[in-house]
Design a protein around this ligand. Sequence first.
Ligand code: BES
Ligand code: ZN
Ligand code: ZN
Length: 485
Amino acid sequence: MIAFQPSAKFDKQASIILLDQGEVKKKSFPEIPKNLKKLVLSAIGSNQFSGDEGQIFPLVFDQKIILLVGVGAKKDLSLTALRMTVRKAFMSAYLAEIKDVELHLHDQKDDSVVSVIEGILIGSYKWKKYITRKDDDKTVDEKNVYLVINKKEVFEDAIVICEGNNLTRDLINENADVATSTHIEKVIQKLIKGKKNISVEILNKKEMKTKGLGLHLAVNQGSNKEPKLIIVKYAGASKKEPYTAIVGKGITYDAGGINLKPSGHIETMRQDMSGAGAVVGILKNFLSLKPKKNILFVCTLAENAIGSNAYKPGEIIKGYAGKTVEIGNTDAEGRLVLADAISYVIKNYKPSRLIDIATLTGACVVALGCDYTGLVSTDDQLANQLLASAQKTDDRAWRLPSYKELKSSVSSKIADIRNLGFPKGAGGTITAAEFLRQFAEVDGTKWAHLDIAGTAFVEGHTRMYFAYGATGAAVRLLTDFLRNK
Ligand code: BES
Ligand code: ZN
Ligand code: ZN
């Protein structure tokens, strides 16, 4: 539980006091009891605490634990570091057994308040559903945290967005045989139940066959689970206002198909529905924050399995747009389901802008690593707005090029287009994006693509303020973009 508290009390089992170097130097800390101030001054006087970034110094006062936590120099204070510092303090051994914590900020600026809340709620998130042993780290849901701030609206807003972010993580972290297309549909139905200005269209295998979503069907062919295209229409603005569509890749498991993934690459492929997972988290945010916008929330769900029914390399398949696709590799399945979803949404809903979100290419991880989402768009205004939201929310993105001559990189001798870029291994992220562009940039639709293959999931050790597993990449970025631009 995390609660809002307008003034300091120092009556909890523990208190965290964030201080910047300037405050420490000037010895100016408001709202501290006199006797505690003496203790703090002696820690400073004996050079044990200076306010350096990430520094944690424990005190005992009135039988309570006080953690002095440094956030660094005010003038070049990094909000990423602030999130990491708050996470570190919160998860430190000093608080392991503590239930009630009061937290005092070094300043009350909106972006500091948001960063601190994210440091707590995003920073202490951990996927624990399948851990039965007892000695596990305490997460925020096992503590009562009281934030001493005077900005109720900023506080409530940030909490909603963190909860949306963490819902996305739960969906991604869940086993692939639990988080199936049917499960994701249920989660969406539960979210939208009884909500105003919402309608939904769902295509299952049967409807896909009738309507000709051949690419989506092909990808799911080797699976015993139902393929689904889910389109939630959120009408928060007047009918005249244009729609923006967000389309998430939702491969509930990507085994690679007949081009089976090798060991070392397959184990975390339940993450391949991270784009769709992000769409669900953003939908949750919208249903709580109720921005006056028109948005289409789209999840394109399938499983890329291997088996005697699976679609085959070398085949040619026709999609909803009428274009034929040569299957160069069954593991390049994301662009296929997305192509059908994008074509279907543009033809039937006519959005003015469309943004797809996908764990699309391993090449993106090679190019940009794990801290920056790859952004591709031919529309400079749209790209710049997305980059601005990425910067503001610390949900980072970096633009990669898209240009006319790339068209030949996905050409085919025997079909209209090929799902594998050429030359082999060259620019895998931008050739995949080029494939999507040829389905998205029709009827004047402005399009952008977010490749979250590197950012959606942490393998190995904690990265920045994200523990092992899903991060919720693109949730904060797109929530900000969609409600403000
Ligand atoms: N889902 C993968 C991409 C991926 C890789 C996501 C690593 C997350 C982490 C995608 O479907 C895929 O397999 N792409 C292939 C494309 C290739 C066959 C052209 C890849 O990146 O190797
Ligand atoms: Zn794949
Ligand atoms: Zn995939």
